[in-house]
Design a protein around this ligand. Structure first.
Ligand code: MTE
Length: 336
């Protein structure tokens, strides 16, 4: 169904200068220090403060992107004040230069590499247990929805966090468009696959393409949000343009980027990180400070853009909206 590339075709796009296969760090090599140590991040902040920010902004083409994107006129969208936060927003230049997007490499500095991603044309396929399978372009999808801005927290499983002004539409609206059958119990979301552009996809030890999934009940929850923009304009490529998920009560790895396929399934699929290491990255991944990651504590989080560490809150503070989804389910598996 996913049309995964085999190893031969993946290697066929390797060019002589490519050494990513050797250099790329595998997730199970992640040292504890990388999770808790702020030095790396602070250094980057100092460089930005010293003037590198201008350079970075130019290289990322913040303004150019908004001018050339055919959906630029839809932004900024009205803020839905039902979704606000009590924390400061993470500055755009911080968020734009500290990302997880393994398709472009396993470091946090993939913003430049991700600019190679072409986000138009962008076709999205809806298939599986639905009334009628369909493929539609992102701009056709945008015509069927009303965009709104929501301020959301994001808590990464690596124990750092941000607060982001996302723009998009509820995932429940996509369910309305997709018309899943009653046999559909899960929705799987799949990222593009193109190792010619996304050189991280040359790393054959990862089960590309990146996929994530939610139960239909989770997908129908008001908080589950399809993101198409951020900071009042179309989403930057490093954020997962042109369309990504935001499920803020779950660890960030559930929020899959640059989606090309929504598959409605009867059975629970294995997700990207679960396939890599099910003991560390489970299907549910609900934020919980009481259940540590096997290699580090989840009790606190480092706030990006600020020199502080704050306590992590169950369901990342969204318990009121989502706890019902898991009522009676207190086992560890719902939190990993
Ligand atoms: N989606 C894809 N396709 N590839 C990825 O590597 N990383 C995930 C998630 N979605 C990832 C992805 C992880 S681990 C996190 S924490 C968030 O994206 C980070 O989103 P951000 O870079 O916008 O902060």
């Amino acid at each position: 169904m996913s049309g995964k590339l085999n190893i031969q075709s993946r290697l066929a796009v390797l060019e002589p200068e490519t050494d990513m296969l050797i250099k790329q760090r595998r997730p199970w090599d992640l040292p504890e220090s990388q999770v808790t140590d702020e030095a790396d991040f602070l250094n980057r902040r100092q460089i930005i403060a010293a003037g590198g920010g201008l350079l970075a902004a130019g290289a990322l083409g913040f303004n150019a992107r908004a001018q050339t994107d055919p959906s630029a006129g839809l932004y900024p969208a009205a803020r839905n004040t039902a979704y606000t936060i009590t924390r400061d927003l993470t500055p755009e230049e911080v968020n734009s230069t500290y990302n997880n997007f393994y398709e472009f490499g396993s470091s946090k500095s993939i913003s430049k590499a991700s600019q190679a991603l072409q986000t138009r044309p962008w076709e999205i396929t809806i298939d599986g247990e639905v009334e009628a399978e369909m493929t539609l372009g992102i701009d056709d999808l945008l015509k069927k929805v009303t965009l709104e801005e929501r301020l959301y927290r994001l808590r990464c499983v690596e124990a750092w966090s941000m607060t982001i002004p996302w723009t998009g539409f509820p995932l429940s609206k996509l369910l309305e468009i997709a018309k899943p059958l009653s046999s559909a119990k899960y929705v799987q979301m799949q990222t593009f696959e193109n190792p010619k552009v996304a050189r991280g996809q040359l790393a054959v030890w990862y089960p590309w393409p990146y996929t994530e999934a939610l139960t239909i009940e989770e997908a129908a929850n008001d908080l589950a949000f399809m993101v198409t923009g951020a900071y009042g304009k179309p989403a930057a490529k490093q954020f997962g343009a042109p369309i990504r998920l935001a499920v803020p009560w779950k660890y960030g790895f559930k929020s899959v980027k640059s989606i090309v396929r929504f598959s409605f399934l009867k059975e629970r699929p294995t997700t990207f990180w679960e396939e890599i290491n099910a003991g560390e990255y489970g299907f549910w991944a609900n934020v919980n400070p009481k259940f540590d990651h096997p290699r580090w504590s989840q009790a606190t989080e480092r706030v990006l853009g600020k020199n502080e560490r704050i306590p992590t809150v169950i369901f990342n503070g969204y318990g009121e909206q989502v706890a019902d989804l898991y009522s009676g389910k207190t086992e560890r598996k719902y939190f990993m």
